[in-house]
Design a protein around this ligand. Sequence first.
Ligand code: GLU
Length: 450
Amino acid sequence: MMSTTTMAKASILAPSRQHFGSRVFDELGMERDPDNLYLQTIDAVLHAAEVLELPHHVQLILAQPKNEIMVHFPVLMDDGEYRLFKGYRVQHNNALGPYKGGLRYHPHVSLDDVKSLACLMTMKCSLVRIPYGGGKGGIKCDPRSLSTDELRRVTRRFVSAIAPQIGPDYDIPAPDVGTNAQVMAWFADTYMNITGGRDAHAVVTGKPVDFGGSLGREKATGQGVIDVLAELLPEVGLTIKGASASILGYGNVGSWAGKLWAERGGKVTAVYDHTGGVYNAQGLDTLALDEHVKKHGGVGGFEKEGRAQAISADEFYRVKVDVFIPAALEQMINTERANQLDCKVVAEAANAPTTPAGERILLERGVEILPAILCSAGGVTVSYFEWVQNKTHVTWDIERVDEELNRHMVLAARRTQLARHRFGVDMRTAAYIAALEQIGKVYALRGIFP
Ligand code: GLU
């Protein structure tokens, strides 16, 4: 087993996360903009590809998504006016199987961000060895400001706009930030009405359990984070039992990670979201906090229930903990936040939460970063189980889902550790290498058509 000192040394081998050294950037005429999420993602993937010596043509293929679909569609609002919405579906790669990835409803959804998230899905699915490629989509909107009827109409119009370009064997969306099982139910229903195909509801995963969803899908991403931590924390001399954690974001992923962390004997001492922050040195009551969030839309105000004190963003980031779990949006751990953090491990439950500059600081300080394509892969893994159940007309019990999820997460964690030892790189590069190795093998077997 690796000691903490060896781990810190391994991290220092590749402290800089921004290389932009690949000639792929020149060949494709891509800029080297260090602040663009897509270019940051591709840079990190290409760096890992070079360490792995992945054939150049595969690097070129992976540097751009296969398809970028952008649609505009009108929706009747409750006030009788029509509003035009912008939607995206980016299909990054399908060498390993159908495109797979969530749908995000958020005011800041943009093409470059969706492209980046689609590429991360390709890496994620390959790392956990499920037979999918990567995709991502979204609608630029604020779902909190829409009524239930408006949300349903927006979803149905979006499905009708992209229906010819998706399908249960071609591209399978799922929930992401701002969407949930209900949105997936509307999605599936609309698609079934449009196409009428057999098993057409398998076009999306993350559906309600009563309508083709899988047991355990809702908690899956949070549970995957905890499975990875249970496997890897002993490497830095920690166990979940008795360890402390702080969580950024208490939506689906953050709240499940928090509840399951506490269930295994860990303490969640601080949580922060868009409504405020709360702290309890003895550990927050994660179940009560979850109830509060469901009722009030965020953690803010939980201190009034007498079991926590309110803290500011700066105080939250400075809380000394063993594990920091970012479970909110991308790019939140920048230079300033990385300097404030006082933790041993960052477990990335959100997609791309750490900027390259923030990551450099954390690595230099010897903080272990467990990358997003590993930590956050639990959701898509159980999505795969849902799809398998839909296609074979069976239902799995929760024990089977939990056990299979754990097996996939533990193997992915070990695969990442192995790549780290073999190549002497940081965990993120190692996770990309472990993912790219599989993609490289499949391209070698399939060749390039014609
Ligand atoms: N949106 C989730 C993710 O980023 C889940 C995707 C899925 O289940 O397909 O991993």
